[in-house]
Write a protein that binds this ligand. Sequence first.
Ligand code: PLP
Length: 415
Amino acid sequence: MKLSKFGRKFTRQSGINQLMVDLGEAYASNHPDLCMLGGGNPAFVPEAQALFAKEMERLIDNKLFDRMVGIYDGPHGEQRFREVLATYLNTKFGWNIGPQNVSLTNGSQNSFFYLFNALAGEMPDGRFKKIMFPLSPEYVGYADAGLSEDMFTSFRPKIEHLDNKQFKYRVDFDELEVSDDIAAICLSRPTNPTGNVVGNRELARLDELARKHNVPLIIDNAYGQPFPNVIYTDAELNWNENTVLCMSLSKLGLPGARTGIVIANEDITRTISALSGIITLAPNSVGAALMTRMIEDGEIEHLTNNIIRPFYRTQLDAAIEVFNEVFADLPILMHKPEGAFFLWLWCQDLPISTKELYARLKAKQVFVIPGEDFFIDIDSNWQHTQQCLRINYGQPTERLRAGFDVIAAELRSLY
Ligand SMILES: Cc1ncc(COP(=O)(O)O)c(C=O)c1O
């Protein structure tokens, strides 16, 4: 088959695609020793699932289900949901937005595809613009989302060493440069893969830089406030006309509803809506239908603050305890976990790459994600890029412990 450039670019084998295939096969194998510490799936949180199921019953009883599955929403997404969400965000954060600032997509991944390609790549005047990630490592899902090659540029972080075998990446403002070919600045906060939450002051500086250079600041808030609110540190959430805040229902426990939300100025909202109209006709209606009443009645607060966040906090505490116990004799550091549901481990001076370590662990039915692919556009000669692992700690503690034991034994033999 003869493929276009687009066809080739979007079907070629990427490292992360192969990993996802591996993870899918591992799930399907039902192997009794399987420890699934890879993947970005949110955990099954039974109390949250019960609330979603009840809401679906309510939609059926109220005949709203028919509307949910029976009509196309407008390309910007379901109108009442946009209104209710805007009101909720204004009340919660003191903003002044309206439905004209809210557009829905089929998941954040879809939002980033639209945003990156609408803002960067080949420009009408023949110039080429890029999306800048000010802090690497960053979410691997961005890496292949550009229609053109080389659409991203990243900066190495400063590494701050902390107590208790922890460290934290910080934006290296001395190195950061917003050159003329930058179309937008983008970061995930909390960050996948590290669990980092870029501090309020650092974020304010990025906002200032973006405004100074007249480029949007895209904040990927997939794990942040107000939902799912998987964030364990003090983090302010501000919005202005230059901010593009990307939210999602996935990490609340609804990845199958494929609902992304973009909060942005009216120009960007119109752009997203126009792209949706052409590419998907209309965004998915399921997430909006499920969440409208919950947001309007404030039940979302109960869901996030009493169910989702405590669930992941308990998981995190258990994961830290197991980490401290199992890796005590090894030169392994953990990124300070401030949000999301991943541990990011730095295996200092690891004698092999984490891709090789991944293969060894896979043979023992323990699945983690090697860190290399998260260092988008960073020179792989920097050894650090080959010394990190991402672990999803949404698993039952005994699985986590079993997996950590296998990882530690493998590392001990390597060191
Ligand atoms: C930081 C980050 N952004 C975006 C996404 C994509 O989420 P969605 O399911 O909304 O497309 C993910 C999913 O893992 C993520 O971790």
